[in-house]
Design a protein around this ligand. Sequence first.
Ligand code: MOS
Length: 752
Amino acid sequence: MKKDQAIEDAHLEYMELAQNPGSPAAAAKPQPQPKPGEFKHIGQDTPRVDGKKIVTGAAAFTHDLYFDGMLNAKILRSPHASADVVSIDLGPALNYPGVMAALKLKEGRVKWAGEQIAAVAALDEKTAEEALALIKVEYKVLPHVVSEEKAMEQGAPPVQDQGNVQKLNEYNRGDIEKGFKEADLVFEQTYKTSWEVHQTAETHSSLAKWDGDNLTVWDSTQAVQSVRDGLARSLNIPAGRVKVIKHYMGGGFGSKLSLNDYTVVAARLARETGRPVKVVLTRKENSYCVGYRPSARMTIKAGVKKDGTLTAIHWKNYVCGGIGRGDRCAEPATDVYKCPNVKVEEYSVFVNTCGSRATRAPGHTQGTFGLEGFMEELAAKLDLDPLELRLKNYSAKDKGDTGTIYSTKGLDQCYKLGAEKIGWARRNKKPGAGSGKIRTGIGLASQIWPGAGVPGTLADLKIYADGSIEVECGTQDIGCGTRTHIAVVAAETLGLEPRDISVKIGNSDYPWAPISGGSLTTPSVAPAVRDAALKAAEYLKGLASKKLNVAPAEIALENNKLVVKADPAKAVEIKELARSLPRPIVFHGERSAHPSTYVFQTFGAHFAEVEVDTETGKIRVKKVVAAHDIGRVINRLTAESQVLGGITQGLSAALFEEKLMDPETGTMVNPNLHDYKIATSLDIPEIVPLFADVVDDRLNNLGAKGLGEPPRIPPSAAIANAVYNAIGVHVREIPMTPAKVLAALKRKEAKP
Ligand code: MOS
């Protein structure tokens, strides 16, 4: 299980990084901030600098790459969910014309259907596929279990040696029993989320090519630097001999956060054959072999005063992530609302399917579905406005107002902006108060997520002697518009246009940047670029000061020039100054540390409006208003794209998505985009992205936080709450299929 362990370790490392980005102990000084009104580009709508390339098909994705002499690899996967591999005979495959190499990949116990067993490299994909069928594998098939319920039963086939149920997380503050005693009302309810597959548009893919002892891998990855380090470890070669490149990518959402097993296979086959080897996972493999969001079954019990004051929260959760431990989901419950007494117990349930992976806002997405559904039902019990209930328990510090103060918190602004825009007063004052076949409702959900960025991120800004300017950073664009953010920040700082900046990213040889996950990229990279550009600006002002005979402080950078502030007619072009440079000059930028006296989080609130057909059980989402506090917005256009994407995925999970397993064979029954339902353009409502006006001047030199994950967190809960508001009964389980909606309506009829 070495490979699975590695993926699981990467997952946990990622969670650590996302939730506690390792701020050095030294408290940092407040960072110099640009002043409002000072911007030409930051916070404006800048079209992607590479947009034309992407929409015309000129951008090279890993799938698109081709080299002369290149071989295609295919992987044989276990058809059994639990078995011992007795023997593997590669002979017939190796003798098949066109096959250049084959590898055995497994010894001993197989724990899920889809584990790598063997691989071949052949002249083309079809030959490789045919050769797989010739590999002879003898298995000793063992009993398996793929359902969480069954795995918890006495005598269930053991998935992990230590037992199928293991403690994942516990947390306590205050005195939970005392909290329940102080309550006027104690309420308990259970909420469930399903296994959601990432379903990236571009399936997983790697291409490996050796040049002597040096390996280059083009990888569809969210993390060129960690894939480099992982490959070096796996192949036992120095990290400096490995280069990982990622130009463009069709989605990762957490499934491409670290080195994948098939990438190592491509590198090994390339070394053995002396030819470039490419592996592209099929849609089927992409559906059942590279992770999914682990499910959660959250039982929440809370004590509350008549006026809505929370006195106690007990959070008990069973997560199921196949052979992996899954996500801790309790953070929204421990952090979002003021509550002195909290107890958390979370357990992993192990079953024989592929290990889950971080999936866009891991843990918080499930936890928010539970917590926010619960808050909505609690408000109805107390006959309170659900927004009032949230405001009643508003906190200024983390850990439910018992911990460290938030550096800034604009959640109140988000509530205000969102409630106004959706027309909160239009909702049913009592859930289900409407009549007729089609019922409408409005619901809300709150969101919290770290997304503060990683100190120590590096970026180099280079001025060439022809005056052209380039930024190099070992980050990667996973589709969010990172090249554009970098160009915007550098251009803003140097008085240029974004198109004037050459941006070089997606190469592990460039200066260090973290994984693109955890909403880390912009708040890590943009401040490093800003730092480098500020240093370049100082240097240029120094040069211009001699030429213009004024002090550097009297000089501003604008419109490609250095201009004397008091006398704009006196100016010198950057190009002209650069001509005097003896060589290109590089300015090293670094993302600063976080002050340890504050906690940094992103906040948001979504408001959804739905229509429910009470005869068919079908839900139609009409509108979602999404208000976010992410500090300073760097580029409004791409920020809005993040919100549209997050809501699309959240809606999709709320209504459609579920990885389904066949209990008999232990295999996935819907590993394709026909049977695995995702939202399509016809399902997408009107979406209104709004941003609170908050700048966090303690956070970094731009006051910018991340937005990759925040908009993915509240939509499923906001939609479920709107459904509750429409029909007066909470569905409590996603996906809210028509059958579940009808069952909920029946439940309501049974006990009105
Ligand atoms: Mo992620 S789950 O931040 O790629």
